[in-house]
Design a protein around this ligand. Structure first.
Ligand code: ATP
Ligand code: MG
Length: 567
C-alpha cells in the first residue's frame, strides 16, 4: 500500500471524552471513527487489525473442532420470552417493533438463537458433542459506553456454544476451550491471565475470564505470587487472615457511649482497638424478580464488602444504595447498626463465624455494644462476602496475593441446562429418554481486543502493535520524495519486501520527514525503514517501534535483515 493513496486520516486532536491511550491513539491514528456514543466505524487500518484478530480466533477454534456459523443480528422477542430473559435483561437489551408490530431485539448474546438453531435438528446423543460459534456484531445498550472500543454499544464478539449429552463431556470441552483461548491470546502477543470468575447466583457451574493485564483495566484480579491461583475479586477467596496480636478484653456485653463516632477509623482510635475486632455494617437495597428489600451485611471492620459476592449470597439481581431516610423508616439507626434484633434480612461474613469479644453498633444513636459474641448465630446467616485485599493469603498455597488490573477479553462458562431446559431443546440419550442438552458458552471480545492490545502496548507517542496483529509490518519512509535516488531506492525496497511476502506500506507522500515519522510512531507499525541521508553511505536506517532504537544497515542487506526481524 502506498501512503499517498491510503485512507489513513491521522490527526493531532484527541476526542474530547477520551482518557485512555487506546481510545486516543486509535482515533488519532485513523483506525476508528466514532459515529455515535459507543458505535464506531473501522477505517482501513482498523479493519486490517480487526480482521487479523478475527482470523487468529477462527484458526484456533477451527483447529479445536468448532464450526463457524452466522446467526441473525436481529432476533425475535419470542425466543427471549421462551428463555425468560426478555423480562430480566433490563435496558441493555434494545427492543423494537417492525412495521407489522412484531417485536425484535438486537442480539447482545445468542444463547437463545443458538439453542433454537440446534433444537429439533440434533436428535440423538450420537450427534453430540457439537460446538458452534460465530464472529458477529453484538449490541448492548450499555449505561455508560466509554473508552472507545473497550466498552462500546455495538461491538464484535466471538460467541461459541457447545452441546453435550452429559456434564462430564461439557467439562472436557470447557477444558479444551480454556487451552484454545490460551493459544489465541498467546498468538495475539498479549500478556494475559485466566482467572476464576463470578458465576452469578446460579452457582455450581464453573467460569473463567481471560484478562489482558493493563493498568487501565476495569476489573481487579487477585493473583498469587507463588502458585497459579488467579481470580477476579468478584470471585476471589483467601485463607482466613490471622487475628492481629492484641485482642481486646471485655468483661461484659454492654452499651458504650460513642457520641458521633460512626466510622471504623474513628472508633478504632477511640477504643484503641484494631479494626479487625469491630463489626462493620453495610446496608443495601437488594433487587429481586419479586421486588426489593433492605439487606444488612456485616463484616469485620478491617474488611470491605464485595458487592458481587454479597449479591450472589442472597441471589439478588442487583444491589443498590439505600438512603438514611429509607433506613430510618425501616427502624434501622444509620451509623450504629447491630447484627442483633433486626427486622430485615441480615448476612454475616464467614470471618465472623464464632467470633467473640467484638464491638458492634448499638441500634441506638451514639451507642455501640462492646463484648459482642456472634458464636450463637445460625450458621445459615454466614457467607463469604468480603473483598480480598492486597497482601491477603492465597486460598490454594498460602503465599501472598497481589491485586492487579485487567481487561476482560474472554469468558468461558459451564452453562448446564439452563437454556436448553427452558426452551425445551432435547435429544434422545442412550437410555432412550429425552434430555435437555448440557451446554457450555464461550465468548471473546474481538473488537475489545484491538483496544486491549494498545492498552498493553503503547508509549507516549502512540501504538506499538504486537506483530501478530499489526496493520502492516514495515513502513518504508522516503525522507524526501523530491530526491530521485531516495525515491528510486524506496520503490525498489517496496517491491522487494512485497515479493518476500511482507506486509509493507510505502510512505511516498510529498510531506516533510517530520510528519511521516510522527505518523509511524502514532500508528505503531513494528518497523520503519528510513530511506534518507544515510543513502550517501549506501545505507538505510531501520527503526524498531518498540523502544525506537535505530540501526543502520547496508542497503543490499536491508531486505534480508528485515526478513530476519520478522521471522
Ligand atoms: P463486561 O463485564 O466487561 O461488561 P460481560 O461479562 O458483560 O463483560 P460477556 O457477556 O461475557 O461480557 O461477553 C463476552 C465478551 O465480550 C467479554 O469477555 C468482553 O470481552 C466482550 N464485551 C462485553 N461487553 C462489551 C462491550 N460493551 N464492548 C466491547 N466488548 C464487550
Ligand atoms: Mg457487560
Amino acid at each position: 500500500m502506498r501512503f499517498s493513496k491510503a485512507f489513513i486520516p491521522t490527526t493531532k486532536e484527541a476526542p474530547k471524552d477520551a482518557v485512555l491511550p487506546s481510545h486516543i491513539y486509535l482515533v488519532r491514528g485513523g483506525f476508528i471513527s466514532q459515529v455515535a456514543s459507543g458505535i464506531y466505524d473501522f477505517l482501513p487500518l482498523g479493519k486490517r487489525v480487526l480482521d487479523k484478530v478475527r482470523a487468529i480466533v477462527k484458526e484456533e477454534l477451527d483447529k479445536a473442532g468448532c464450526q463457524e456459523v452466522q446467526l441473525g443480528f436481529v432476533t425475535p422477542c419470542e425466543l427471549w420470552e421462551e428463555s425468560g430473559r426478555f423480562a430480566k435483561y433490563g435496558k441493555e437489551l434494545l427492543r423494537f417493533k417492525d412495521r407489522k408490530e412484531n417485536c425484535f431485539v438486537l442480539g447482545p448474546t445468542h444463547e437463545e438463537m443458538m439453542v433454537d438453531l440446534v433444537r429439533g435438528r440434533i436428535k440423538s446423543y450420537k450427534q453430540l458433542p457439537l460446538n458452534l460459534y460465530q464472529i458477529n456484531l453484538k449490541f448492548r445498550d450499555e449505561a455508560r459506553p466509554r473508552f472507545g472500543l473497550l466498552r462500546g454499544r455495538e461491538f464484535l464478539m466471538k460467541d461459541g456454544y457447545s452441546f453435550h449429552a452429559d456434564e462430564e463431556d461439557m467439562r472436557r470441552e470447557y477444558a479444551l476451550m480454556e487451552e484454545t483461548y490460551k493459544k489465541i491470546f498467546t498468538r495475539l502477543g498479549l500478556d494475559f491471565r485466566a482467572v476464576e470468575a463470578d458465576v452469578g447466583a446460579i452457582g455450581g457451574s464453573a467460569s473463567k475470564e481471560f484478562m489482558v493485564l493493563a493498568s487501565s483495566g476495569e476489573d481487579t484480579i487477585a493473583v498469587c505470587s507463588e502458585c497459579d491461583y488467579a481470580a477476579n475479586v468478584e470471585a476471589a477467596t483467601r485463607k482466613s487472615p490471622e487475628p492481629p496480636a492484641e485482642a481486646p478484653e471485655f468483661s461484659n456485653f454492654e452499651p458504650f457511649y460513642t457520641p458521633g463516632l460512626t466510622s471504623i477509623e474513628e472508633l478504632s482510635d477511640f477504643f484503641k482497638v484494631h479494626p479487625y475486632y469491630f463489626v462493620k455494617a453495610v446496608a443495601k437495597k437488594a433487587i429481586f424478580d419479586e421486588g426489593e428489600e433492605i439487606v444488612l451485611f456485616f463484616l469485620r471492620g478491617s474488611d470491605e464488602l464485595q458487592e458481587v459476592k454479597a449479591q450472589n449470597a442472597i441471589g439478588a439481581n442487583e444491589l443498590v444504595d439505600v438512603s438514611e431516610e429509607e433506613l430510618q423508616k425501616a427502624g434501622i439507626v444509620p451509623g450504629f447498626i447491630a447484627p442483633y434484633e433486626q427486622e430485615c434480612r441480615i448476612v454475616l461474613d464467614k470471618e465472623l463465624q464464632g467470633a467473640k469479644g467484638l464491638i458492634c453498633g448499638g441500634n441506638r444513636k451514639d451507642f455501640h455494644l462492646i463484648g459482642a459474641d456472634l458464636s450463637h448465630f445460625d450458621e445459615a446467616l454466614f457467607a463469604d462476602i468480603a473483598q480480598v485485599r492486597e497482601g491477603d493469603l492465597c486460598p490454594k498455597c498460602g503465599a501472598v496475593l497481589k491485586l492487579t488490573k485487567g481487561i476482560e477479553v474472554g469468558h468461558i462458562f459451564q452453562l448446564g441446562t439452563r437454556y436448553s431446559a427452558a426452551m425445551n431443546a432435547t435429544f434422545l440419550d442412550r437410555d432412550g429418554k429425552a434430555k435437555p442438552f448440557v451446554m457450555g458458552t464461550y465468548g471473546i471480545g474481538v473488537s475489545r481486543l484491538v483496544a486491549a492490545a494498545i492498552e498493553q502496548n503503547h508509549d507516549d507517542r502512540g501504538c506499538i502493535w504486537p506483530k501478530a496483529i499489526a496493520p502492516y509490518m514495515v513502513d518504508i519512509i522516503i525522507s524526501n520524495i523530491k530526491e530521485e535516488e531516495q525515491a528510486r531506492v524506496g520503490e525498489e525496497l517496496y517491491a522487494k519486501l512485497q515479493d518476500a511476502g511482507i506486509e509493507v506500506i510505502l510512505d511516498d507522500r510529498a510531506d516533510r520527514f517530520g510528519p511521516k515519522i510522527k505518523d509511524f510512531e502514532l500508528i505503531g507499525f513494528p518497523y520503519a525503514v528510513i530511506v534518507g541521508k544515510a543513502l550517501q553511505e549506501g545505507e538505510v536506517e531501520i527503526v524498531e517501534r518498540a523502544g525506537l532504537q535505530k540501526h543502520r544497515v547496508a542497503l543490499d542487506e536491508a531486505v534480508e535483515y528485515i526478513c530476519k526481524l520478522l521471522a
